[in-house]
Design a protein around this ligand. Sequence first.
Ligand SMILES: Cc1cc2nc3c(=O)[nH]c(=O)nc-3n(C[C@H](O)[C@H](O)[C@H](O)COP(=O)(O)OP(=O)(O)OC[C@H]3O[C@@H](n4cnc5c(N)ncnc54)[C@H](O)[C@@H]3O)c2cc1C
Length: 427
Amino acid sequence: MERLSCDVLVIGAGPAGSTAARVASQEGARVLLVERKAQIGTPVQCAGYVAKAVRWYVDLPSECVSQAVERLRTHLPDGSVHEAEMPGYLLDRGAMDRFLAKQAVKSGAKLLVHTTAQQVVGNPVKEKAASVAVGAIHEAPLEVRPESLFWQNSGAKPRSEVAPKDGMSGFSSGLLGVGLAAGARIAAPPQKGAQGTEVVVLRAGQEVLVDARVIIGADGPRSTVARWMGKAPLPVASAVQYEAPLRRQTDTAEVYFRPEFRGGYGWFFPAGDVARVGAAFDGEYSEGIKGLGRLMGELLQKARISDSIISHTAGPVPVGGPGVVRWGNVLLVGDAAGLTHPVTGAGIVNAIISGEIAGRAAARAALDSDLSALDEYEEELRTVLTPALERASEKRSLLELAWDLPPAELSEAIRGSWIAFDEYYRR
Ligand SMILES: Cc1cc2nc3c(=O)[nH]c(=O)nc-3n(C[C@H](O)[C@H](O)[C@H](O)COP(=O)(O)OP(=O)(O)OC[C@H]3O[C@@H](n4cnc5c(N)ncnc54)[C@H](O)[C@@H]3O)c2cc1C
């Protein structure tokens, strides 16, 4: 069996993994980034809506942006409509993922595509932690909370600058603190003299053994690495999206709260010549899909879109908050860590933020042979992401309680729980 060795193994080349790989390389670590897809960023499973604050974290070239939007129009179940200035971008997610991966490679990371992390091989670091990990995770109440969805995030700058409010210009989140406080934290066992962990990856049908001092699980909502840690699958919402030709250009994004999008909402996002029309929801998949069909029919009737489907995509979005993000010499980032916003389901910017923090901590731990440097990851996430995620989680709980109320009352609850309304930011 072929053998490879590195300081930091990053599994998954989405925004979280490529960012982690870039930063760890810049810090001087030997980084291996493995991605199971043959082509990075394809297929896209995302609507690509982010706050313009994404530029705080990554200097995106113009080819990564499909278009800018200036405001968000929210349609409520009682028929009322609300507009708020919320500058954002509709990203070309495929282009962005490829850009971020290239940045990682330019910084010195070695990238292997079409390479799937399959299993972790026993080692002292993992085994010592495992008995703590599994028990603690299974007892953690936050690990089993079904919830829902959707988009955008960010604003909290790693280390120094924490944005004043967790809206479009400033939101990111974390149930992290809550999860940890609930006893879900799994501390790393060894403090000094980190030993390598062996991971089997499958590359072009051949098994390759990778020895790494630190592993970063950036492998998305159905994380294999999280499974190695003994974590239960993350609670997720279902998100489905179609792209259709856009009939009239607009700089307004729209969301639709409707009973059939239980725990989530529908969306209409202009992205250059196309409209991304989608919905995310808990519960009955068929109801959500039917609701999305109705929404598309209405948009067609209003001549907002043309009658053809350019593409479609679907995927799970974690909605229950992160819980445990570290296990011995293993860190989870992005969706693998459950860092999406519990109300909006936005995860791109939090993936980048967590990747950046994790990459720095992982490089330090590996280069100094001191796993206690990984504590920085948990600590910094707690500062940067937790406040906004906690708020979102509380809002989400309120929204869930209101979901079966008549339209007027549900609309009132949405005004208090949706990021476009000032009420969202009042405790
Ligand atoms: C339909 C839909 C719409 C969305 N819209 C938005 C939006 O508008 N705005 C927003 O902010 N967020 C949105 N999200 C959420 C957003 O896509 C995620 O939060 C974001 O992609 C998380 O980035 P990540 O790097 O953590 O994970 P991912 O982007 O999922 O990347 C994980 C990578 O790991 C790879 N991988 C998985 N397993 C392995 C393995 N075993 N070995 C090697 N590689 C592996 C995968 O192939 C993938 O490339 C949406 C999600 C969906 C499903």
